[in-house]
Design a protein around this ligand. Structure first.
Ligand code: NAP
Length: 287
């Protein structure tokens, strides 16, 4: 039996439609949510991500400010800008597009963002709050995954969840969210011995590896829910298309629910960024 595909695009549209009323309610208070996006350098993928974020803000009625710096900018210039944005009442969310060029201390940059404006949820204070089960901002990609699981009524309490990948952006916060939701969670990495022995136990399998078609059908338990976070560009001789970390065609014959790439987790990530920015503006009104 072929798995049901989780339509991230449709869910993203549904959620974004719901944001309209929240943005209108803020407008009634004279408030417009504002997001500042900082881009350093000319990495083509980062440029696309930033453009998509700015366009999504515009469509949702969120004010956005794009700040672009050359790759060789002095980090002090960017840190000074972050300090100014921290104090700017028109800005509720600040995002620094990663990765940053080598002269930057990435951690120092993320820590410079005021925790109350850290809509990516990467500041140590917000990571700590998430670890304690009391999140202020949930990192956008794993937040989107949780929304997909919720939408499809996927039970998490008492179930085995396996996350492949332990990055600060995806794997670790994903694992924390699943732990907080009551799943029994295993986090795998590149040194994990007998990876398939772990993944075959998973009722919920999340792949955040960055390797095309890494998860094969033999690694998946029949009836599992498979979430593919990976976004990989295939080489030109293979069509140059986007491809996930999961061998979709084969795994969908084993799984019960599966996310495609594109059209799965990707559209949810930006949607949850909008959600966090609106939430940040709402909090300001409440305080
Ligand atoms: P990352 O920082 O490179 O982390 C990859 C993780 O995979 C690492 O923890 C690594 O282990 C692990 N890994 C690599 N090879 C492995 C193997 N053979 N067996 C088991 N684990 C292995 O990447 P990331 O930022 O988490 O992103 C992962 C993927 O998601 C990428 O394709 C990225 O483009 C995509 N992504 C998508 C979205 C979205 O919106 N859909 C958002 C963010 C990222 P070690 O720690 O041991 O090296």
């Amino acid at each position: 039996m072929s798995a049901e595909s989780i339509d991230g695009k449709a869910l993203a549209e549904e959620l974004r439609a719901g944001f309209k009323a929240r943005v209108a309610a803020l407008a009634a208070h004279g408030q417009r949510p504002g997001l500042a996006v900082i881009l350093v350098g000319e990495d083509p993928a980062s440029q696309v991500y930033v453009r998509n974020k700015v366009n999504a803000c515009e469509a949702a009625g969120i004010f956005s400010q794009k700040l672009v710096y050359p790759a060789d900018v002095d980090p002090a210039t960017v840190l000074a800008k972050i300090a100014a944005l921290n104090a700017d009442p028109a800005i509720h969310g600040i995002l620094v597009q990663l990765p940053l060029p080598r002269q930057f201390d990435e951690k120092a940059v993320l820590e410079a963002i005021a925790p109350a404006k850290d809509v990516d949820g990467f500041h140590a204070e917000n990571v700590g709050a998430l670890a304690q089960g009391n999140p202020r901002f949930i990192p956008c990609t794993p937040y989107g995954v949780m929304k997909m699981l919720e939408k499809h009524g996927v039970e998490l309490v008492g179930r085995e969840a396996v996350v492949i990948g332990r990055s600060n952006i995806v794997g670790k916060p994903m694992a924390l969210l699943l732990i907080n939701a009551g799943a029994t969670v295993t986090v795998c990495n590149s040194k994990t011995r007998d990876l398939a022995a772990h993944t075959r136990r998973a009722d919920i399998l999340v792949a955040a590896v960055g390797k095309p078609r890494f998860v094969t059908a033999a690694m998946v338990k029949p009836g599992a829910v498979v979430i593919d976070v990976g976004i990989n560009r295939l080489p030109a001789d293979e069509g140059g298309k986007l491809c996930g970390d999961v061998d979709f065609a084969a795994v969908k014959e084993v799984a019960a629910l599966i996310t495609p790439v594109p059209g799965g987790v990707g559209p949810m990530t930006i949607t949850m960024l909008l959600a966090n920015t609106i939430e940040a503006a709402e909090r300001e009104i409440r305080t």
